[in-house]
Ligand binder design. Structure first.
Ligand SMILES: C[S@@+](CC[C@H](N)C(=O)[O-])C[C@H]1O[C@@H](n2cnc3c(N)ncnc32)[C@H](O)[C@@H]1O
Length: 165
């Protein structure tokens, strides 16, 4: 399933190269490639990457550990980071965007409501306003903290879309 935030905002990015951070089984990478982007799809799981590596010539898969991998500076028109949190990458993401490049970021937050608690350690969850503060140097097109309407995986989500000036 392609998250609404990707469908709604990827068209705001200039054409070119996209980076899908922690791409998983690649549904979003494939969507972006079919939309016309060249895509660097990064994940630590070669099992996941192998599932879609050959399905689109516009996708380059990079199997690496994002705890140590550094993003190329001023390289991407679009960076997508969904359901994955690695705070080390926050400043790198800003640097890796080209001027005018777009960031789409959506992941889980700490939820005081137990019904929305996915059982993750708190360090793997965003705090209130953390995402907006981390990317305050971007022009923020969209920011929201919401309870997911998805009944099988209830969660609190922070969502941000920002453009590099
Ligand atoms: C919850 S999945 C999200 C996948 C995809 N972004 C999505 O929204 O469907 C988290 C992904 O992060 C990847 N991941 C976890 N730790 C990682 C690391 N240190 N380096 C690279 N990828 C990692 C996992 O292999 C997994 O595919």
């Amino acid at each position: 399933m392609i998250p609404d935030i990707v469908r709604d905002f990827c068209g705001h990015a200039p054409a070119g190269l996209a980076l899908d951070i922690a791409c998983g089984t690649g549904a979003v990478s494939l969507y972006l490639a079919n939309t016309g982007f060249q895509v660097d799809a990064v994940d630590i799981s070669d099992v996941a990457l192998a599932q879609f590596a050959k399905r689109h010539p516009g996708i380059r898969v990079i199997c690496t550990d994002l705890d140590v991998f550094d993003l190329t500076v001023a390289h991407y028109s679009l960076i997508v980071n969904l359901r994955y949190l690695n705070r080390r990458l926050f400043p790198q993401i800003i640097r890796a965007l080209k001027p005018g490049g777009l960031l789409i970021f959506e992941t889980f937050m700490h939820a005081s409501n137990k019904a929305l608690d996915r059982g993750f350690k708190r360090e793997y969850l965003l705090e209130a306003n953390e995402l907006r503060d981390a990317f305050a140097t971007l022009d923020i097109l969209h920011y929201a903290e919401t309870d997911s309407g998805c009944e099988d995986t209830p969660a609190r989500l922070a969502s941000l879309v920002g453009k590099k000036p």
